[in-house]
Design a protein. Structure first.
Length: 521
């Protein structure tokens, strides 16, 4: 009987793993739950269920599932490792760190613990510690593509593009299908005629059997190469393919965004923002840098964080998490929850404290901190109410240039509106409309920094920003390209260069191709 059950579970697991490996996570979750009722003693089903939850961003459910699995098998380091990752994704960094250290103590040659611990330190901008952990993992297996790729990413973020390309090439020597490494290389170099890497990428599309994800990484990379070579026709053809593939694999629905933006306006039209305040105090002041992605937010952060009293945190996910935890019900914004909560000053104070509890993980000594999550533009009203002393800088850019730059790039995170011309145009219009709404409610509530103005009159605009932040002038703010702060966004190459005007009105070269997008904005 036991052998028969083992055989049944083995067949079920193979089917579930095939679904998992092809990204059908919701199906995996449904089938795991069903099979756990019948085969509750098989811990691997719990581990797979938790992993599927992780992949769709349901980290609380993942943690609960891994805890059940751990009770069934307390000795399993793979379950401990998954539990550590779920804690990390819930921003319980100290708990995650304890778990990874416990695994390393228990099994010093468990490579995944070093990698995931390194990822945690990377999230907290501790790149030197992160590199040390990846290097230890490399000693366990010097040909592990994920470890080599992690090092390549770190060196790219630190501005060491030569070393980044070196590690990315090592990845591709081991696994030519690891096309994320091709994209990393493409962002670290300027292509010239007869470039070997471009030839290799085109050859891979013909010779290798690639899945859709591997293909869209390659097409984005090839598009970048052709734009460098000023072959806009071939650039666009590859962009069209890569965006179509990415769009197909996403679940993005513009209707959901329409409703959310409408609800945001409805919420803050009902609130008297002048009467809502909080009493919590914190010695550190937050500078929120926001706007559409690719509007100059990374550049502005590099400039401001060049100042000796400013710590550049990068794109922090904490405002979005707070909104998700406090104000979302059944996957939608709850208007009543928002209005009731924001009228409760005690609740406001607890949210304020929650945000700073996340910030404490960075051990920041500077008085000013930047939070450069662009999509925080959606939550300006919330920021004004929870952080009345915060500074808000809104980065804007010529709409066609901004949208072109979004369409040309592949992003980590929730930017699935970028991969279809009509979705992108519609989303940009939602953003533009919401910013007009915030301007009406908070007439002097934020400084707008136009990308083009910053390019044309660098010194005046930079001094204006520094003054707006309440900082004393420092000359190194004009030398922001020397700023050694790590950059984890697609703007990393541009932000490490002096200001240049090549990207102003860059849309003109693409006007014959992006007609659907450009007529919308």
């Amino acid at each position: 009987m036991k052998n028969e059950r083992n055989t049944q579970v083995k067949i079920i697991l193979q089917r579930l793993l095939n679904l998992f490996n092809t990204g059908h996570y919701n199906t995996v979750i449904a089938q795991c739950k069903k099979n756990i009722k019948k085969f509750s003693e098989y811990v691997i089903l719990y581990n797979l269920l938790g992993s599927a939850y992780m992949n769709i961003g349901k980290y609380k459910s993942a943690k609960e599932t891994f805890l059940k699995a751990q009770k069934m098998d307390p000795t399993s380091v793979s379950i401990m490792n998954n539990l550590g990752n779920s804690e990390k994704n819930l921003f319980n960094y100290s708990e995650a760190e304890k778990i990874f250290l416990k695994i390393i103590e228990k099994k010093p040659d468990y490579l995944n613990a070093y990698v995931n611990y390194g990822n945690l330190k990377r999230d907290l901008n501790e790149f030197n510690v992160s590199n040390e952990l990846y290097t230890k993992a490399l000693k366990i297996n010097k040909k592990h593509p994920v470890v080599l790729y992690s090092l390549a990413m770190n060196y790219q973020s630190l501005g060491n593009f030569g070393l980044s390309i070196e590690y990315a090439n090592k990845v591709l020597e081991i696994d030519p299908k690891f096309t994320k490494a091709d994209l990393l290389i493409s962002k670290s170099k300027k292509y010239k005629p007869n470039d070997q890497h471009l030839s290799e990428m085109k050859k891979k599309l013909i010779d290798l059997k690639l899945d859709d994800t591997q293909r869209y990484y390659l097409h984005f990379s090839i598009a970048k190469a052709y734009e460098d070579l000023d072959d806009i026709n071939k650039c666009y053809k590859n962009l069209k393919i890569s965006n179509s593939l990415k769009k197909k694999l996403s679940n993005f629905q513009i209707e959901y965004e329409n409703k959310m933006f409408k609800d945001i306006k409805k919420i803050f039209s009902r609130l008297d923002v002048t009467k809502i305040s909080q009493n919590s105090q914190n010695s550190q002041k937050i500078i929120f840098i926001l706007g559409m992605p690719r509007s100059g937010t990374t550049l502005v952060e590099q400039i401001i964080s060049s100042h000796s009293h400013v710590y550049g945190s990068g794109e922090l996910p904490y405002i979005s998490k707070i909104v998700s935890d406090e104000f979302v019900e059944n996957s939608e914004l709850s208007i009543d929850k928002f209005v009731t909560s924001l009228k409760d000053n005690f609740h406001n104070n607890s949210i304020f404290d929650k945000y700073f509890s996340y910030i404490k993980n960075y051990q920041i000594k500077e008085k000013f901190i930047t939070d450069k999550a662009p999509l925080n533009f959606r939550w300006i009203g919330l920021i004004k109410m929870l952080f009345p002393s915060a500074i808000i800088i809104h980065c804007s850019r010529m709409p066609k240039d901004n949208c072109l730059s979004l369409y040309k790039n592949l992003f980590e995170g929730n930017l699935d509106f970028c991969y279809d011309e009509k979705d992108l145009g519609a989303y940009y219009n939602l953003y533009s409309d919401l910013m007009k709404f915030w301007q009406q409610i908070f007439p002097d509530g934020f400084l707008e920094v136009k990308y083009e103005s910053l390019i044309i009159d660098k010194e005046f605009q930079i001094k204006k920003m520094i003054k707006y932040c309440g900082l004393e002038w420092e000359e190194q703010c004009l030398k922001f390209n020397k700023n050694k702060n790590p950059i984890k966004t697609v703007s990393l190459a541009q932000a490490r260069s002096p200001i240049y005007n090549d990207s102003v009105e860059s849309y003109k070269k693409f006007s014959p191709y992006l007609k659907d997008l450009f007529k919308l904005i």
